[in-house]
Design a protein around this ligand. Structure first.
Ligand SMILES: C[S@@+](CC[C@H](N)C(=O)[O-])C[C@H]1O[C@@H](n2cnc3c(N)ncnc32)[C@H](O)[C@@H]1O
Length: 443
């Protein structure tokens, strides 16, 4: 029978994790170590820990401990460890030298459906449970509580643990602690179609770098990544990591927002009509944004189920939405919210940003902002940061992602290139110069 979030660790993964966590502890403390798996299931990780101890001639007795809410699983795990049937999130426990864990992975929606009351209690008790947290989040925090100073922790998690907004708080915690390594395990759990990672940290004086996907990364570089989104770290160049850690962020030189909230979009919908002559605001939405140009009036716009050719809103109608009116009147950059690459266009005070586009109101020249966002190197950086390794398919582009992009301080060349490309979006030479400039800056 399968229960939600219950997938036992295959022996090869357990072995690798145990080796990485237990061996250094044995090297440091000899036989005087105590190890726990607080959600031990049938004991795959504890069995691997027992093998590591045996390899060093250390008996497992009195050194291996487990907890699980499932009595049947616990009785199997007793072959290797002292196992208690109890809830790891709510049971008082001492600290340990090593924590091994493959906690339950249950996403926010499923957890809220399965156990709404338990979820509310956990949320009140664990500080990292913010946003759409998965059930593995409080277990990560629990592992911190259970580890002795100088102790090691190794946790198996789904890959979304390094690329989700709700992980921002855990990532801050990880940076305050001492990450040692993060490995991608791919589909290491044959019965679930989710890629896995292993996360290893030590509660000890800070190392200056960690191995991310086999690649050494300065922890200072990690701190420049958008919290919650470390997935691309293994694939970023040193230069890009350095820029992310030190450069001004787009969010510092611009106010970014969604075109309209869903409620506003529906309220506005009836005011959106085909416009003919002068006056009022043209409505530009994601489908009519291309790099450095809009195709408004050339391509139809889909807006909340309707198709319009020259959609717009009159100034009188927009007056009922003071924030949108102000936004529409400003010089700004619109970015497509759903597209195959980053697409940005600088527009004037006669354009209203549609619901599925991002509105960027900069304090620097809009042409320079459009140039940066349209450049190939920034498009590539965005994908690495926010869509894992996915290079195909559509990008979801939002204000909370864009604001983390690094932004150059020296804008003279970029403003000029952006202005040329706004006049002629097909200017191949200007495109090449732009991409070269940005790629030099990021390397
Ligand atoms: C993904 S399985 C992993 C089991 C084992 N650590 C392994 O690697 O094979 C997660 C385990 O957590 C247990 N579990 C779920 N919620 C728990 C809780 N609140 N306290 C302790 N164990 C829990 C489940 O019964 C299940 O055995």
């Amino acid at each position: 029978v399968s229960r939600p979030g219950v997938v036992y660790t295959p022996p090869d993964v357990a072995e690798r994790l145990a080796r990485e966590v237990i061996d250094p502890m044995i090297a440091a403390r000899g036989g005087a170590i105590r190890v726990i798996d607080p959600a031990c299931g049938e004991g795959a990780l504890l069995a691997a820990a027992a093998r590591r101890l045996a390899a060093h001639g250390i008996p497992a007795e009195g050194r291996l401990f487990g907890l699980d809410v499932d009595p049947a699983a616990a009785s199997v795990a007793r072959r290797w460890a002292e196992v208690t049937v109890a809830d790891a999130l709510w049971t008082d426990l001492p600290k340990f030298d090593a924590v091994l864990m493959n906690p339950p992975w249950i996403d926010a929606e499923a957890h809220a459906r399965l156990d709404p009351i338990g979820r509310a209690r956990i949320r009140a008790r664990f500080r990292c449970t913010r946003g759409n947290w998965d059930l593995f989040v409080p277990f990560i925090e629990r592992a911190w509580e259970l580890t002795h100073p100088g102790g090691r922790t190794g946790i198996l998690l789904p890959e979304r643990a390094i690329s989700s907004d709700y992980m921002a708080e855990v990532h801050r915690g990880w940076l305050e602690r001492h990450p040692i390594a993060c490995w991608r395990l791919g589909q290491a759990f044959p019965t679930v179609s989710v890629d896995a990672i292993a996360w290893i940290e030590v509660d000890a004086p800070p190392p200056t770098s960690m191995a991310f996907d086999g690649r050494p990364i300065e922890l200072g570089g990690l701190s420049g990544l958008p919290p919650g989104h470390w997935g691309g770290a293994g694939a970023l160049s040193d230069g890009a990591l350095r820029r992310l850690a030190t450069a001004t962020k787009l969010g510092r030189v611009a106010t970014l927002s969604d075109g309209a909230s869903t409620t506003e979009a529906y309220q506005l919908a009836e005011k959106v009509t085909e416009v003919s002559g002068e006056g009022g605001f043209r409505l530009v939405n994601t489908g009519t944004i291309d790099p450095f140009r809009t195709t408004w009036g050339q391509r139809p716009t889909r807006y909340l189920g309707r198709t319009l050719h020259r959609p717009g809103v009159s100034a009188e109608d927009l007056a009922a939405f003071p924030r949108r009116l102000q936004q529409a009147r400003s010089q700004k950059v619109l970015v497509a919210g759903l597209s195959r690459r980053l697409e940005a266009v600088a527009v004037g005070g006669d354009v209203l940003c549609g619901k599925s586009a991002v509105c960027v109101v900069p304090t620097v020249p809009p042409d320079a902002v459009a140039a940066v966002l349209n450049s190939g190197p920034i498009d590539e950086l965005y994908r690495r940061l926010f869509s894992g390794h996915g290079f195909g398919g559509s990008l979801h582009v939002g204000p909370r992602q864009l604001e983390h992009l690094p932004f150059p301080d020296d804008l003279s060349a970029l403003a000029t290139l952006g202005a040329s490309l706004a006049r002629d979006p097909d200017d191949r030479i200007a495109w090449r110069q732009l991409n070269r400039w940005m790629s030099d800056w990021l390397s």
